[in-house]
Design a protein around this ligand. Structure first.
Ligand SMILES: O=C(O)CCC(=O)CC(=O)O
Length: 262
């Protein structure tokens, strides 16, 4: 597993695909890691050098004391690009990864070719929800992460998908069970404190917004709110819950590739 060394620890990343292809950077959701994109990897890597990384606090990346901010996570993404000598990428992030994508679009648009914002919002959830979750995992440790795993299946996938495709659901929710409670709590705070509702208009790179019709966390209304404020943004809605890249699978992959020119 390659790492880049940041000022305060090591960030885990993976590069797949041809060395000379344009780079597509993928950013995970809260409580997952770079493997959440496994279903897309084969197709994406036919056209792109695919750069995946574990967001700080997740997977095999550094876990530093929280709370984190989305700006800090965005700076980690830029530090990874700088360390790999990559000037520009297309960026695709889901939920918390989509918040990082919004931050990059607003603050570092010169590093982006195209932006894909999946199952995300300019403002996600309420302080009450996030503070409750932070308190629960910090008090309950790894057992609380295992409890959260079971509670999350119903938000991340539709009941029909979860019952028919357990082999796709299990590896994803197991990532949550294995996530560091401290890292998870620090990232919850980053999501809690992010609010890009007034800044979305500063995104000028071509943008695709991906929604899930059955996503109760980051709803299609969240998606339409972003679309109305990002000039020229396209929007697609899949019959899926929160983790639409897993649930919509090939349809997701095909639509994102089409937006990226393939
Ligand atoms: O998925 C994310 O990145 C943030 C929203 C979230 O935590 C979804 C959920 O588990 O409720």
């Amino acid at each position: 597993m390659p790492f880049v060394t940041l000022a305060d620890g090591d960030l885990n990343y993976r590069l797949d695909g041809p060395d000379d292809a344009p780079v597509l950077m993928l950013s995970n959701s809260l409580g997952t890691d770079l493997r959440m994109w496994d279903a897309q990897l084969g197709a994406f890597a036919q056209h792109f050098r695919v750069l995946r990384f574990d967001t700080r606090g997740h997977g095999a990346s550094l876990v530093t004391p929280g709370p984190y901010t989305i700006e800090q996570l965005g700076q980690d993404a830029l530090a990874l690009l700088d360390a790999l000598d990559i000037a520009k990428v297309s960026f695709c992030g889901l939920s918390m990864g989509g918040l990082i994508g919004q931050w990059l679009g607003i603050n570092a648009g010169d590093r982006l070719e195209r932006l894909v914002l999946c199952n995300t919002g300019a403002k996600i959830g309420s302080d009450e929800v996030w503070n409750g979750r932070i308190d629960t995992v910090l008090a309950g440790g790894q057992q609380a992460m295992r409890d959260l795993r079971d509670a999350s299946i119903g938000r991340w996938f539709t009941p029909a998908f979860a019952s028919v495709e357990p082999q796709k659901v299990e590896p994803i929710v197991e990532m949550l069970a294995q996530t560091s409670p401290e890292g998870y709590a620090a990232n919850c705070a980053a999501v809690r404190d992010a609010d890009y509702r007034e800044q979305l208009g500063r995104i000028t790179v071509p943008t695709l917004i991906v929604c899930g019709s059955a996503d109760a966390v980051t709803t299609p209304e969240h998606g339409r709110f972003m679309q109305e404020r990002i000039a020229g943004a396209e929007l697609v809605e899949f019959p899926a819950a929160h983790l639409s890249n897993v649930e919509a699978g090939d349809a997701f992959t095909t639509r994102v590739l089409a937006f990226l020119g393939h």
